[in-house]
Write a protein that binds this ligand. Structure first.
Ligand code: NAP
Length: 306
């Protein structure tokens, strides 16, 4: 094989990427982790994590990501702030193209995560003016105010409960008559007097002059339309993979999540996918961490067999 800059490049510093980095550093691989923003990924905007083993009292997303990052760096992992523009995976050497240069590697782990899905109800107009995807960042702006939260998954229900620490009223709008979220999260929402769940309903628009003033909703069973007066609107209707740099170089599912086998191997030998960007039935910190460990060991075996 031609000379390369690295044995392994990891794209993304969420729990999956950082864990891959920890295993690769301990295997004494020449490894570089690229992160376009702050290490931590989506857990950085998670207020409190209660289902990651080893933290019976829970831990803040910020503290957990700091611990993972510190552990990886103390083992020698190099973390660089850089955004990946595209990949060239045609040859044996993997080429990672950044804004101003490209780097090469024998193997690659993609841990670029996912971002909140939009609904097209005014996100661009009201972003920073009442529409938000992040309760940890924006909930304090809604002290004693009324907010709408949209979605029925873990994120929407967990964050709706978190919002009640600040807001006086939280409408949770869900398109069905059953929540998808973990049962323990559902129980907390049902028991919370500040949360009113509006079932079988979708949000059809957000209105306001300087900022959000109301959210229009529609019952999908009766077609009845209503306007809820609200100062804020939090949207948590799922996630989309961060794969704009892929250019169809890897096999994905119909939504764009990267397909990989039990060793995290993608459709291109030596390229692995881990965490939320992978086509996986369960997206948790615990599974992301497992993916990262598996991929680093797979990358090590791949290089040994070159
Ligand atoms: P998710 O599990 O995909 O749930 C998305 C929710 O939005 C669903 O309730 C879905 O309704 C609803 N939805 C989707 N499209 C919609 C639309 N166009 N209009 C209205 N509603 C729509 O997404 P998530 O809650 O963001 O979670 C992402 C992943 O992270 C999941 O795997 C989740 O388990 C994980 N996560 C875990 C935790 C935790 O363990 N505490 C916390 C956060 C996230 P339907 O139910 O009808 O499909």
């Amino acid at each position: 094989m031609a000379e390369t800059d690295n044995d392994l490049v990891i794209i993304g510093a969420g729990p999956a990427g950082l864990t891959a980095g920890i295993y690769a550093a301990r295997a004494r691989m020449n490894v570089l982790l690229l992160e376009k923003a702050v290490p931590g990924g989506q857990i950085l905007v998670t207020d409190w994590i209660e289902n990651y083993s080893g933290f019976p009292e829970g831990i803040s997303g910020f503290d957990l990501s700091e611990k993972m990052k510190t552990q990886a760096e103390e083992l020698g992992l190099k973390i660089e702030t850089a955004e990946v523009h595209s990949l060239n995976l045609a040859g044996e050497v993997k080429e990672i193209i950044l804004k101003d240069r490209s780097i090469t590697s024998k193997s690659l782990i993609i841990a670029s995560g996912a971002s909140p899905r939009k609904l097209g109800i005014g996100e661009d107009k009201f972003m920073g003016k009442g529409i938000s995807f992040c309760a940890t960042c924006d909930a304090p702006f809604f002290k004693e105010k009324t907010v709408v939260a949209i979605g029925g998954g873990d994120t929407a229900v967990q964050e709706a409960v978190f919002l009640t620490k600040f807001a006086s009223k939280v409408y949770l709008i869900h398109r069905r008559d059953k929540l998808r979220a973990e049962k323990i999260l559902q129980e907390r929402a049902f028991e919370n007097d500040k949360i009113e769940i509006i079932w079988d309903s979708i949000a059809t628009g957000v209105e306001g002059f300087f900022g959000v003033e109301s959210v229009k909703i529609k019952n999908v069973k009766t077609n009845e339309e209503k306007t809820l007066k609200a100062d804020g609107c939090f949207i948590w209707v799922g996630i989309l993979p961060n794969t704009s740099f892929l250019n169809e170089s890897l096999k994905t599912d119909e939504t764009g999540f990267i397909q990989a086998d039990k060793n995290m191997q993608t459709s291109v030998p030596g390229v692995f996918a881990v965490g939320d960007v992978r086509d996986t039935p369960l997206r948790q910190i615990a599974t992301a961490v497992g993916d990262g460990a598996m991929a680093a060991v797979s990358a090590e075996h791949f290089i040994e067999n070159l």
